[in-house]
Ligand binder design. Structure first.
Ligand code: PEP
Length: 253
C-alpha cells in the first residue's frame, strides 16, 4: 500500500511577522529544490501568520494548515476561529487534539471529534493527534490510551482522504526523547488495526499515520523508514528551514 508521506511542521505559538515570513519563504524555496517530489510538505503557523505565510509559499508545493479550529461555522465564540474561516484563508489542513490543547484547554475526545467533523465538512483535511503520557506508558497502557483516543476523537465521517492520525507520545514532545523504532512501529501497527475496526480495512490501509515527538534530522531516517510510519508531525525542528527540510529528505523512497 503506497501512502504519500506527509512532513508537517507545527510551529505552535512561535513567529512574529518578520521571522514567520522568512521561515515560510525558506521552506518554500528549499521545497522547490528538494529531491523528493513525492512527499507533501505542510506548515502550520499560528493563526496570526496564516495570511502572510500563504503569500510566502504561493506557487510552491508547500501546503498550509492551522493548529486548531472551533466546531461551529460562525457565531458567538469570542477568540475562536472556524474551519470555514481557515478554508476561506487558503488552508488545506488543520491539526486538532494536540496534547497541548488536550492539557492546556481540557479538550475531550468528544470535543475533538466535533472539531474534526466540522473541519471535514468545511473541506479541510484534519490531523488528529493522539498519544499517551509518561505515566500511562510506564503503566503499560499506551495501546489502550491510543485506542480510546481513536475511538473517541475520530469522527464517523473520517476516511483515509480526509483524516491523518498523528501518534505523539506526550513525554516525547519537546523533550529530545523518543520511543525506540520498534516501539513506534508496534504502536503505529496497533493504531492501524483500531482504525480498521472503526472505519474499515480499506480506510485503515490507506490512512496516513504520522509520528511526532522530538523528530529531528538525526532520527528521522530510522523513524520514517518504519512500515506503518507515513510521515512526521514536527514541532521544534520545523522552526529551522534546514532541519525541517533534512527531515523531508530522510523519507523512505
Ligand atoms: C509537536 O508538538 O507536535 C511536536 C512533535 O513537537 P516536537 O517535535 O518539538 O517534539
Amino acid at each position: 500500500m503506497v501512502r504519500k508521506t506527509l512532513i508537517a511542521g507545527n510551529w505552535k505559538m512561535n513567529g512574529l511577522l518578520e521571522d514567520g515570513i522568512a521561515l515560510a519563504k525558506g521552506v518554500a524555496a528549499e521545497a522547490k529544490k528538494a529531491a523528493r517530489k513525492d512527499c507533501e510538505f505542510l506548515i502550520c503557523p499560528p493563526f496570526t501568520l496564516l495570511t502572510s505565510a500563504k503569500k510566502a509559499i504561493k506557487g510552491s508545493r508547500v501546503l498550509l494548515g492551522a493548529q486548531d479550529c472551533h466546531f461551529d461555522g460562525k457565531g458567538a465564540h469570542t477568540g475562536d476561529i472556524s474551519p470555514l474561516m481557515l478554508k476561506d484563508l487558503g488552508c488545506q489542513y488543520v491539526i486538532v487534539g494536540h496534547s497541548e490543547r488536550r492539557t492546556d484547554h481540557h479538550e475531550s475526545n468528544e470535543l475533538i471529534a466535533k472539531k474534526a467533523a466540522a473541519a471535514i465538512n468545511a473541506g479541510l483535511k484534519v490531523i488528529i493527534c493522539i498519544g499517551e503520557t509518561e505515566a500511562e506508558k510506564d503503566a503499560g497502557k499506551t495501546i489502550d490510551v491510543c485506542t480510546a483516543q481513536i475511538m473517541g476523537s475520530v469522527p464517523e465521517i473520517a476516511t483515509a482522504s480526509n483524516v491523518v492520525i498523528a501518534y505523539e507520545p506526550v513525554w516525547a514532545i519537546g523533550t529530545g526523547r523518543t520511543p525506540t523504532a520498534a516501539e513506534v512501529e508496534e504502536v503505529h501497527a496497533a493504531i492501524r488495526k483500531v482504525i480498521g475496526k472503526k472505519l474499515g480495512r480499506a480506510n485503515a490501509n490507506k490512512m496516513r499515520i504520522l509520528y511526532g515527538g522530538s523528530m529531528k534530522p538525526s532520527n528521522a531516517k530510522e523513524l520514517l523508514a518504519l512500515p506503518d510510519v507515513d510521515g512526521g508531525l514536527i514541532g521544534g525542528a520545523s522552526l529551522k528551514v534546514a532541519d525541517f527540510m533534512a527531515i523531508g529528505e530522510a523519507c523512505k523512497q
